[in-house]
Write a protein that binds this ligand. Sequence first.
Ligand SMILES: *Cc1c(COP(=O)(O)O)cnc(C)c1O
Length: 394
Amino acid sequence: MIIQVPTEIVPLDTLLPDEPLLMMGAGPVPIPERVAAANSIVINHLGETMSQVIEQVKSMSRYVFQTESQHILGVAGPGSAAMEMAIVNIVTPKMKVLSICNGFFSKRLAEMAERNEANVVCMDVPDGQTASVVEVEKYLIKHKPQVVTIVQGETSNTVFNRYLPEICELAKKHECLTIVDAVCTLSTMPLDMDGWEVDAVITGGQKGLSSIPGVSLVAFSEVAWEHISARTDRLRHWCLDAILADQFWYKKAYHYTAPVSGILAMHEALRLICIETLEKRFDRHLRCSTAIQDGMEAMGLTLFVKPEARLNSVIGICVPEEIPANTLLKHMSDNYRVEISGSFGLNMVRIGQMGEQSHEHHLFRTLHALGSSLKTLGMIVNLPAGMAVLESKL
Ligand SMILES: *Cc1c(COP(=O)(O)O)cnc(C)c1O
């Protein structure tokens, strides 16, 4: 043997912090104990137990997505794999696609459609704004797309597409199939797949659902499924082929070895949502997110997006120019064991309000860590006022 055993390897304990960091960024988010426990189990991927688990995952997903769809599929992969699964199965080469682009993730959908050789038109929404229904209609009339892609929440710059229901309705009127990315929003705010007649909804594990990263879900409507089933060309993606995935998810047959532990974790995450109920979960997210937003403003901070277009699931906070965002993140992590996110190029930081992040005790710790760190780094903030407002709004 030429390659020797590496000598520099240390045990994981040495790498991990003594005290777990509180994950309050744009994902992954903390997971409940039951989700973590489920994630440590391996079972037969084709046995009777697994098939019961899959049945329950599908029926709980129908509740969470608010759909009667018989075409909910899991995918071994990140949220992006679910995005790609929706795109490559619905979008055929040369198809006309309208991508409503608010930022990084909505552009990723456009790029995926382009790579799939679609004829993609991007509607670039001005920074910090929600996509306008009137603008979308102009694009629909002018370009006559067959597919529309859109994000419910643009995690990258914390913009919320408030008019998603109206846009989906309009897209239907223009005979488009709609693909909605709900990775950061599903189960944190209303999304009515059947009511809004959405043809594909995508979510990941590690954000709104508070499960582990690496197992994602995509739900197709009956209309989308007819379109997919009627395709005569052969998909280039074997793993992401929805017809092959249907073998595992509906016919108890083998496609690829399912990520059993991750699916068990997803099962528990979905079950906790069912126990909580969507109504209570939406209320909790709204109450927590607005309380911490008000607390930050009372402290003297400026939020990145104006209220009318602001996403509640991930909040963007402007950082004064003299304090590099990375310095702030490091200070919060080193001194308070609270992790939040930077952003792609902008001098702002992002705090998540997804799933397990939206609990009162996490809010106090996070807001204090943020305010106190900014103060140490030289910004004038009114920390007591911020904490008091948070307390009174909860
Ligand atoms: C995080 C995210 C994605 C991508 O998910 P990955 O798991 O990182 O691939 C896509 N869309 C939105 C809106 C997201 O927040």
